[in-house]
Design a protein around this ligand. Structure first.
Ligand SMILES: [Mg+2]
Length: 342
């Protein structure tokens, strides 16, 4: 697919759930937050599935097994099976298996999800640098991971054993706030060794490849809340994406997105999968969507009209991304966004 610079969100005359065969859904900030389902997620996913769309769940979190994630989704009212869940643990296990002999020992610094994924590829998880591992793999281990496991990783890496990481997300959201994620744990080992790991997770190609291999998707739509993982991963894989505003991305971040972070579509929440998407059209020197017209003015973005807030945001995206071209929009969108009260 083309990787021309995107300068506005696209329209779709058909519901996205009909225009694409498979939704590759991020979990945190898209389907659930803090363990609870996000508003409209259960009904929207149920309707998309009833209409024939295949739903797959794609997560950088390597701690939980696909079985555990599927059980959690099912409990929330979103029926899922382990085979519908793709994790960065699976992607990194495949990456390792391609580079080491079958049955080789792998030093695992992480949780159950990573151990299960390593075993699934015919490799043997071990816990000590003295167990003669041929690879070190690091994934999010949760609060129970002992500090001494980082030391084991460092000892093995210093002996020349290749180092892999499931993902490098620096933080992980919890019910009580922002906690250090696997990227922070990887940084600990990087500081101590000076080495660099091979990384599998979003937005990198090994994760996208794992997802396509496991789902068999012909025309996938990535659905996510983060620009630098979900949307960039879709961009790198050459597939379309839907950004939902139920997670970490806000209006200013979206308007300032560089080309690889610009989604194909933008909507408020997962109800956006069930509808078409309005066109953003050129209108004089600006861009119109629904009842709104956005223009790039003197140091800032201007918005005129009235109507659906999301249409105003789509028009603003077109004005900002067109002004930015291959760069990042530096025009002030604060006043215009305030009118939309997103
Ligand atoms: Mg997310």
């Amino acid at each position: 697919m083309s990787q021309q610079v995107r300068t506005r969100p696209e329209g779709s005359g058909r519901a996205l759930s009909e225009a694409y065969d498979t939704a590759l859904l991020d979990l945190d900030g898209v389907v659930y937050a803090g363990g609870e389902a996000i508003a409209h997620a259960v009904d929207s996913l149920g309707a998309a599935r009833a209409g024939g769309m295949h739903l797959a769940y794609v997560t950088n979190n390597a701690l939980r097994t696909p079985d555990a994630v599927a059980a959690h989704l099912t409990e929330l009212g979103i029926p899922a099976q382990a085979g519908d869940v793709i994790t960065s643990a699976q992607a990194v296990a495949r990456l390792i298996a391609e580079q080491v002999p079958a049955g080789a020992r792998v030093l695992v610094v992480g949780g159950e999800g990573l151990r299960v994924a390593v075993r699934e590829r015919g490799l043997v998880p071990v816990e000590s640098a003295d167990d003669d591992p041929v690879a070190v793999v690091q994934g999010y281990g949760g609060p129970e991971l002992p500090w001494g496991r980082f030391a084991e990783a460092c000892y093995a890496i210093a002996r020349g054993v290749p180092w892999f990481a499931s993902n490098t997300d620096l933080t992980i959201p919890s019910a009580r706030g922002i906690a250090p994620g696997n990227g922070a744990a990887v940084a600990v080992v990087r500081i101590a060794t000076g080495a660099e790991p091979q990384v599998a997770g979003k937005p990198l190609p090994p994760m996208h490849r794992e997802t396509i291999l496991r789902t068999g998707a012909q025309r996938p739509l990535v659905v996510g809340d983060r620009l630098d993982t979900d949307i960039e991963g879709a961009f790198n894989g050459g597939v379309d994406s839907l950004l939902v505003l139920t997670g970490v991305t806000d209006g200013p971040q979206l308007l300032a997105a560089p080309p690889q972070h610009r989604p194909t579509y933008v909507d408020a929440d997962l109800r956006g999968m069930l509808t078409g998407q309005p066109e953003v059209v050129e209108a004089g020197v600006g861009f119109r969507c629904g009842g709104w017209t956005a223009t790039a003015g003197d140091g800032r973005l201007e918005l005129d009209g009235e109507g659906e807030a999301l249409d105003g945001l789509r028009a603003l995206c077109a004005a900002a991304w067109t002004a930015a071209g291959e760069g990042v929009c530096e025009l002030d969108g604060g006043k215009a966004l305030a009118r939309l009260a997103l």
